[in-house]
Design a protein around this ligand. Structure first.
Ligand code: NAD
Ligand code: UD1
Length: 357
C-alpha cells in the first residue's frame, strides 16, 4: 500500500502517493462525477484523455477543470454509441485503462423510456468493452449503483446482497456488471471493477465544479440548493411516515470528492489484481432527509422551507452501505462527512446560481 503523503491544494482529502503510470480514457468525463474524478486524477499526475458527447454536461466544465488544476485536459467529443468513433479513439491514443461514467441516470425517465436507457447504458458499454478488447485494453472501472440491489433483504447492503433492481436504470447497471463478470471469466487477463455508488452529493470545495442538473432536480441535494438560492420556493419531503429516525427516508450520502478518490484507488487496485470485483462506495451510515436539511441550514446559515408530501413511488425507506470491502481491497474509506457535503454543495450553487450557464 502506498504511503500517506500530502494534502492536495483545494481539497480536504488526505491522498496517497500515486504509484502507477497509465494512460486513462475517461468516458462521461464532463459529467458531475466524472469532472470531479478528472480534477483529482490530474492533480495526482495521471495521464487522462477525457471523452463525452456533452449530452448532459457543458463544455464549460473543461474550463473549470483547467482553472482548478492548471492543466488543459485533452478532450474528445464522442458518443460511445458510435462504435467507429470509439474505435478511432483507441486507434489514435495510448489507452491502458478506462474509467466509464458515461450513461443516463434518471430512474423515472428510465421507466418511461426503457429502450433509450438500454441503448445508451448497455449498448454503449458493450461498444466500449468491444473496442477495449479489439485494442488490447483489459482494465476498466465502471460506475454502477446501489440501485442494483433493489429492496433491502438486510441493511447495510454487502456486495453479496442479491441483485434485484426494480427499475430499468438499475437493470442496465446490473446487465453491464454481468457482462464484466462474464468477460473476466472468459479471460484471466481482464481486471474489471464495478463501483456501486450510494448517494453522491457535494461539490469540489473550490466552488468551481458541481452538480448541474437540467430543469427541476429529481434528487434531494440539488433540490435543496435550488431552494437555498431562491430558484425554488420550498422542498417537498417525500413521506414522513417511514420506519426511520424521524419518518423521512434514510440514505448513505457520500461526498463526490471521496467518491472520485475511490476511483483512483480502484485504478491502482486493478493495476495489480486481475478478475472482476463489485465494490460498494458509501460512507457506511445513513442520514434522513430532515437530518440533511438541518445540516445544510446549520453549516450554511440558510433556511430551507419544506412541506411534507406523499411518498414518492419506488422509494425505499432506508438503506446504506457496508463499505468494508472497499477498505479491505482498495484501502479506501470516506474522509468527508455531512458538514463538508452540505458546505461544498452550497459553495458551488451560491457561486454559480445557474450552474455552468
Ligand atoms: P452525469 O449525467 O452528470 O454524467 C454522465 C456523463 O456522461 C454526461 O457528461 C453525459 O453527457 C455523458 N454521456 C451520456 N451518454 C453518453 C454517451 N453515449 N457517450 C458519451 N458520453 C455520454 O451523471 P453523473 O451523476 O456524473 O453519473 C456518472 C455515472 O455514475 C453514470 O453512469 C450514473 O449512472 C452513475 N451513478 C450516478 C449516481 C448519482 O447519484 N449521480 C449514482 C449511482 C451511479
Ligand atoms: C435515486 C435513485 C438511485 C440513484 C440516485 C442518484 C430512485 C428510486 N433511486 O436515489 O437509483 O442512484 O437517485 O441519482 O429514484 N427526497 C425528497 N424530496 C425530493 C427529492 C428526494 O424528500 O425532492 C428524498 C427521497 O424520498 C429519498 C431521499 O430524499 O428519501 C434521497 O432521494 P434522491 O436524492 O432522489 O436519491 P434516491 O432516491 O436515494
Amino acid at each position: 500500500m502506498s504511503r500517506l503523503t500530502r494534502k492536495i491544494t483545494g481539497s480536504d482529502l488526505i491522498l496517497f502517493n500515486v504509484t502507477f503510470d497509465m494512460a486513462i480514457l475517461v468516458c462521461g468525463a464532463t459529467g458531475f462525477i466524472g469532472s470531479h474524478f478528472c480534477v483529482l486524477a490530474l492533480q495526482q499526475g495521471l495521464d487522462l484523455l477525457l471523452l463525452d458527447n456533452l449530452e448532459n454536461s457543458s463544455p464549460k466544465v473543461l474550463n473549470a477543470i483547467r482553472e482548478v488544476t492548471g492543466i488543459s485536459p485533452r478532450f474528445v467529443e464522442v458518443d460511445i454509441r458510435d462504435k467507429s468513433s470509439l474505435d478511432a479513439v483507441f486507434a489514435t491514443n495510448q489507452v491502458d485503462s478506462v474509467v466509464h461514467f458515461a450513461g443516463y441516470k434518471a430512474v423515472g425517465e428510465s421507466a418511461a423510456e426503457p429502450l433509450r436507457y438500454y441503448r445508451n447504458n448497455v449498448d454503449g458499454s458493450l461498444n466500449l468493452l468491444e473496442s477495449m478488447k479489439e485494442h488490447g485494453v483489459r482494465k476498466l472501472v465502471f460506475s454502477s449503483s446501489a440501485t442494483v440491489y433493489g429492496v433491502p433483504e438486510f441493511n447495510p447492503y454487502t456486495e453479496e446482497h442479491r441483485k434485484r433492481p426494480f427499475n430499468p436504470y438499475g437493470q442496465t447497471k446490473s446487465v453491464v456488471e454481468d457482462m464484466m463478470y462474464d468477460l473476466c471469466a472468459s479471460d484471466p487477463q481482464y481486471a474489471l471493477v464495478a463501483l456501486r455508488y450510494f448517494n453522491p452529493i457535494g461539490a469540489h470545495p473550490s466552488g468551481m465544479l458541481g452538480e448541474d442538473p437540467k430543469g427541476i432536480p429529481n434528487n434531494l441535494m440539488p433540490f435543496i440548493t435550488k431552494v437555498a438560492v431562491g430558484q425554488l420556493a420550498e422542498l417537498g419531503v417525500f413521506g414522513d411516515d417511514y420506519d426511520t429516525v424521524d419518518g423521512t427516508g434514510v440514505r448513505d450520502y457520500i461526498h463526490v470528492m471521496d467518491l472520485a478518490y475511490g476511483h483512483i484507488r480502484a485504478l491502482q487496485y486493478l493495476n495489480s489484481n486481475a478478475g472482476y470485483q463489485a465494490i460498494n462506495l458509501g460512507a457506511g451510515r445513513g442520514y434522513s432527509v430532515l437530518e440533511l436539511v438541518s445540516a445544510f441550514e446549520r453549516i450554511n446559515g440558510v433556511s430551507i422551507p419544506y412541506v411534507i408530501k406523499p411518498r414518492r413511488d419506488g422509494d425505499l425507506a432506508a438503506y446504506w452501505a457496508d463499505a468494508s470491502k472497499a477498505e479491505r481491497l482498495l484501502g479506501w474509506k470516506t474522509q468527508l462527512g455531512i458538514d463538508e457535503m452540505v458546505r461544498d454543495a452550497w459553495a458551488w450553487q451560491s457561486a454559480n446560481p445557474n450552474g455552468y450557464n
